[in-house]
Design a protein around this ligand. Structure first.
Ligand code: HEC
Ligand code: HEC
Ligand code: HEC
Ligand code: HEC
Ligand code: HEC
Length: 387
């Protein structure tokens, strides 16, 4: 009996040690690895993201010793997830997983499907080891691409195909539509059954335009150091504060001059509301340059503030939307400036955002944090009056 128990324990132990580190992938996918290293997915833990830490520090679950954020922020930390599942004290400990691979290469490429729930979805992972899902338009049916030598038609050339380290499964539809992102990104509700965040499923339905095509566009450089390709999917996960140049084409700004005033229109071509996190504050800043004068016009702010009884609160207390003028999916928002332009006036338009609404800096003790207090510019344009 004792030996039997020991064998089981050993098996569990072996499974735990089976954990594959991102460094393994780095060897053959160096470019993708370095992009990932600078991405918010690598930095999703409290040790690497000061904003996440600031909110966590005030969260009631911290007192209860239950880091429920792990499900999405550090799903690669298997030890922590296990403790959570067993309802044991589960607080993040600074280790290599938390700091280097909060959401790891293996984790994402193992997402088999997503299970939809009321409050928060669940990622279902494949149980097979070293089998990774990926997309390949020409090979959609291929479930188990293995490493092999391929001899060309006349036996003149030998070429290897597949990866010497792992098997690839190209048959998972969710890697073509972006649905694999939605286990973590679609929604999050608090205990009041109130939506803290929600992303429309529309953005993860077709292959032409989805989360992957916009946030992971094909960029120059090889996907592997073994089989050389011209391009690879960008793994820095473009956002408004990280490689924003890859996304600016989906936000269009237009200027229209009228006799007594002028209009600025912002068109959001993304499939979701422009900003999703309730902490964000977007702003449109307009200056008119007249001679050597710079006339500052009223700044327009866009936000979705959540709270209770008409007052903003922390997310766990919120049960309603206090204010929402965020630019919606596919909306063209037109803002009129009651300002009469003159000949030779130039109009300077800047559209950007704060990761953390300045009203929250003090409360979250982030007033000295650069990332939180920086105004990130998504787009800036310059127009001339045609008068
Ligand atoms: C020994 C080298 C090697 C290692 C280590 C390695 N890979 Fe690969 N990988 C390759 C090669 C080569 C290909 C290209 C295979 C092909 O297209 O024929 C590839 C392809 C892939 C693809 C699919 C690309 C596509 O669209 O065809 C994914 C996803 C992937 N690797 C993920 C990983 C992850 C995650 C790790 C770390 C756990 C990893 N790889 C480790 C060599 C490696
Ligand atoms: C259902 C998955 C999920 C869970 C559970 C979750 N988050 Fe998040 N969180 C996300 C996603 C996805 C983002 C990025 C969304 C965005 O930027 O719009 C995010 C972003 C954040 C941000 C903004 C980070 C930044 O750098 O601006 C904070 C703060 C945050 N989460 C706090 C928490 C806390 C605290 C918990 C646990 C009490 C938690 N989250 C649980 C999915 C989740
Ligand atoms: C395991 C859960 C998970 C999966 C799967 C996932 N994400 Fe994320 N994502 C997060 C979390 C958590 C954050 C916020 C990290 C932080 O800043 O603390 C985030 C942040 C981001 C951001 C940056 C947001 C910002 O405000 O800077 C983008 C863009 C993004 N994810 C896109 C994607 C795309 C596209 C996919 C699918 C290919 C994807 N994510 C899959 C959990 C996930
Ligand atoms: C947030 C989820 C996520 C993470 C983390 C992630 N990937 Fe990917 N990866 C994807 C998606 C989605 C695609 C696009 C579909 C496809 O081509 O397979 C992709 C594509 C790839 C490809 C094929 C690239 C191409 O251009 O054909 C390789 C190789 C790859 N990933 C390796 C890695 C490695 C190595 C890491 C870690 C350093 C990593 N991935 C981390 C989601 C992720
Ligand atoms: C047509 C292009 C497009 C598609 C499709 C798209 N996005 Fe976006 N996404 C954008 C743009 C543009 C922004 C806005 C500004 C920015 O953060 O750069 C953005 C912002 C985000 C942010 C950051 C929001 C914040 O509050 O900071 C996240 C997270 C995100 N997208 C996730 C997703 C997910 C998940 C999907 C798939 C369901 C998706 N996106 C589909 C273009 C797109």
């Amino acid at each position: 009996m004792k030996i039997f128990l020991l064998a089981i324990l050993l098996l569990i132990e072996l499974n735990a040690n089976d954990y594959i580190k991102n460094n393994t992938c780095k060897a053959c996918h160096p470019t993708i690895y370095s992009e990932f290293y600078n991405s918010s997915h690598r930095k999703a833990s409290i040790f690497e993201d000061p904003i996440h830490k600031a909110v966590w520090d005030l969260h009631p679950n911290k007192q209860k010793g239950s880091y429920t954020c792990a499900k999405c922020h550090t799903p690669s930390d298997l030890e922590l997830l296990k403790k959570l599942k067993e309802n044991k004290k589960a607080l993040p400990i600074k280790n290599i997983v938390q700091t280097h691979e909060a959401i790891s290469c293996v984790y994402c490429h193992s997402i088999k499907s997503i299970e939809k729930h009321e409050k928060v979805n669940t990622n279902i992972l494949t149980k097979e080891k070293k089998v990774f899902f990926a997309a390949n338009e020409e090979n959609k049916e291929l479930k188990d691409k293995k490493y092999k030598d391929e001899v060309s038609m006349f036996g003149m050339m030998k070429k290897t195909s597949g990866s010497p380290y792992h098997t690839i499964d190209y048959s998972n539809e969710d890697f073509y539509t972006g649905k694999m992102c939605m286990g973590c990104h679609q929604k999050l509700q608090n205990n009041n059954n109130f939506d803290l965040c929600r992303v429309d499923m529309k953005g993860a339905q077709n292959e032409e335009k989805n989360c992957i095509t916009c946030h992971m566009p094909k960029v120059k450089g090889t996907a592997t150091s073994i089989k050389i390709t011209d391009t690879h999917r960008f793994h820095g996960f473009a956002s408004a504060s990280n490689n924003q140049d890859l996304l600016t084409k989906y936000v269009k700004i237009k200027f229209k001059e009228k006799s007594d005033n002028f209009e600025i229109a912002i068109k959001n071509e993304s499939s979701h509301n422009l900003f999703l996190q309730p902490l964000r504050l977007a702003q449109l800043r307009v200056n008119v340059l007249r001679g050597d004068k710079r006339i500052k016009l009223d700044t327009k702010s866009f936000m979705r503030i959540i709270g209770k009884d008409g007052k903003p609160t922390m997310p766990w207390l919120a049960n309603s939307v206090v204010k929402n003028n965020m630019i919606k999916a596919n909306e063209n928002r037109v803002i009129t400036y009651d300002f009469k332009l003159k000949a030779n006036d130039s109009i300077e338009v800047v559209f950007g955002y704060y990761k953390v609404n300045p009203k929250m800096w003090k409360k979250l003790k982030l007033e000295n944090d650069k990332k939180s207090t920086k105004f990130n510019i998504l787009k800036s344009e310059f127009y001339k009056s045609s008068k």
